[in-house]
Write a protein that binds this ligand. Structure first.
Ligand code: ZN
Length: 366
């Protein structure tokens, strides 16, 4: 039997909730995490129509990118679409989960999916999220060092880029005096003791803190584990917003616009012109990414592909890069594929369906 919790754990391994922005509300919005999953429906937005679709298709779990509960709810009387959606979900025992800015902020999330659609090469994160790495320093008796390091690595510590099981150690002398009430592994209560110990150091992503600390406590032989825990300012290559990469061949403006329309399946888009300049380096950000215009220019992007750009923000391009506003929905609709790939790879005992409802509230006429 698969529980809702099993799927949310999987999604949070991919996009830890800790990486969501402070204004966000990602996570389980309705439902019981312990309930059995009968079927999963994947969507960009959770609306009443999507709940109806879930019911018709026998799904009791909806995974969305945008949280339907985003601001605080003061009543649930059905006065607006958010309240009606939540009421309908609760009445029908449908759980709703949102993976939002946390999925924007991880390297295999929303923006990599756009970069893949555009076949960008040499992809990297445009702006790294600060303070997402930590360091643990622990003092371990020499003979227990291997066991403790193994436990820390199993918990996810010591991965740096393409390198795993990374650590540093140096030997020294540990001194301590247990109290009369202590129950020391080495030495006797009330007597000073000296032991050969290794100082071991590992780094790990901040979202693994509780798992890594639990592994240390469990594997370490001492009653009180001497350790230091630090937050690091080092850049984490795996966490941050936007992706920048390069097209296989540089393109003239008109060619790039046609390319964007084809690859992102667009009816149209709004853009700033760069005249005769050609486009090679491209930055992308799903949803509303105009806050990245300056970073994209600084990093030499010839174009920024995003959504929700306001009139005055288009001026910030300063003719240095093309701002291509492809629409919020159009830039993120492929997020459903990320959920699909992650869930269907791991589970096969229930249906995983991509919603067929077009939840885009914006329509076009030309
Ligand atoms: Zn969005």
């Amino acid at each position: 039997m698969t529980r809702i919790k099993d799927i949310t754990n999987l999604l949070e391994n991919l996009a830890p909730l800790r990486y969501q922005e402070s204004y966000d509300n990602a996570g389980l919005q309705t439902g019981d995490a312990q309930a059995e999953v009968k079927g999963v429906l994947l969507t960009l937005d959770c609306t009443e129509e999507v709940i109806e679709e879930a019911l018709q298709k026998g799904c009791n779990f909806i995974v969305a990118h945008h949280p339907v509960i985003f601001k605080g709810l003061k009543q649930l009387t059905g006065g607006n679409y958010v309240e009606r959606t939540i009421l309908k979900a609760i009445r029908n025992d449908v759980a709703i989960y949102a993976s939002h800015t946390n999925l924007d902020n991880v390297v295999h999330g929303v923006n990599t999916r756009i970069a893949e659609k555009l076949e960008l090469q040499q992809q990297r994160i445009l702006v790294n999220k600060p303070q997402t790495l930590m360091q643990l320093v622990a003092f371990v008796p020499v003979e227990s060092t291997e066991e403790v390091l193994q436990a820390l690595h199993t918990a996810g510590a010591g991965n740096i880029g393409e390198y795993s099981n990374c650590s540093f150690q140096v030997r020294g002398k540990g001194r301590f005096q247990p109290s009369e009430k202590a129950n020391p592994t080495i030495g006797e209560p009330g007597k000073p003791e000296e032991v050969q110990e290794n100082r071991i150091e590992v780094i790990f992503p901040a979202n693994l803190q509780s798992r890594v600390m639990a592994a240390l406590q469990k594997a370490h032989p001492y009653e009180e584990v001497a350790h230091y825990l630090y937050g690091l300012e080092n850049q984490n290559q795996e966490v941050g917003i936007g992706i920048i990469g390069e097209l296989a061949e540089e393109m003239a403006e008109a060619t790039f616009l046609a390319y964007l329309k084809e690859k992102m399946q667009l009816q149209g888009l709004r853009y700033t012109t760069i005249g005769d300049k050609r486009i090679k380096r491209v930055a992308v950000c799903g949803g509303a990414g105009s806050f990245l215009i300056k970073d994209a220019i600084q990093q030499g992007a010839d174009a920024l592909v995003t959504g929700d750009v306001k009139y005055h923000e288009f001026f910030d391009a300063e003719s240095q890069l093309m701002i291509a506003d492809i629409g919020h929905y159009e830039s993120e609709v492929f997020t459903k594929e990320i959920f699909y790939d992650a869930i269907s790879k791991k589970f096969s005992n229930f249906a995983v369906l991509i919603s067929e409802v077009n939840t885009n509230p914006v329509r076009y006429t030309f």
